[in-house]
Design a protein around this ligand. Structure first.
Ligand code: HEM
Length: 166
């Protein structure tokens, strides 16, 4: 078994994957604290300690995602990833490669644009973060979940299993 074609994802790759997923959903579904801080700063130029605390939570979760993505890239380079299963049509193999690169791009671009807005005051990047990148992330995530379900129930491959039980 060479490092470039293992039969499954390693335990560390699986832990990092699900931890990243949980943190991404947290920030996507519960951004209200950060939004409130943002609104308060725009309206009055200041925010109360509660607003700052929940904005910080969003920021720290986002920074943790960035760290996990870097770790994930290192693991990918060191351990490789299992090949696409033969049952998957070629067009979907290409699409999944595009989706993986888009994920890596978004999970770096989201934290960096958010940090530029939060810590350095770049409002334009905050807009790109909150409007444009967020929507692309939702679209790629939806495609990713649909693809996982198609693998499990339609093509009946072991793709979901190799990212869960291994
Ligand atoms: C992958 C990581 C992240 C995700 C998924 C994410 C997600 C989101 C979402 C869903 C919103 C609300 C958009 C809306 O509906 O209006 C938002 C807003 C915001 N986030 Fe993040 N975020 C991430 C990382 C970060 C980080 C690391 C920071 C700061 C260090 C940050 C700072 C902000 C700011 C300042 C806003 C308000 C931007 C504006 O409305 O102009 N985010 N984020």
């Amino acid at each position: 078994m060479s490092a470039s074609s293992p039969v499954s994802f390693s335990r560390s790759q699986r832990v990092v994957h699900w931890l990243t997923a949980a943190l991404v959903f947290f920030n996507l579904l519960l951004p209200d604290g950060m939004n409130e801080w943002n609104r308060a700063m725009r309206r009055t130029g200041s925010a109360n300690p509660e607003q700052i605390a929940s904005a910080n939570l969003h920021a720290y979760v986002g920074i943790a995602i960035l760290v996990l993505v870097v770790l994930r890239l290192v693991l990918r380079l060191a351990q490789g990833v299992p090949p696409a299963p033969p049952q998957e049509p070629v067009i979907f193999k290409h699409l999944s490669k595009i989706a993986v690169s888009t994920f890596y791009f978004l999970l770096v671009a989201m934290p960096l644009s958010g940090a530029a807005a939060y810590y350095l005051g770049y409002e334009g990047l905050g807009g790109i973060h909150a409007d444009f990148l967020k929507i692309i992330l939702w679209i790629v995530l939806a495609g990713h979940v649909i693809a996982a379900l198609a693998h499990q129930f339609y093509w009946k491959t072991n793709v979901l299993r190799r990212m869960t039980a291994g």
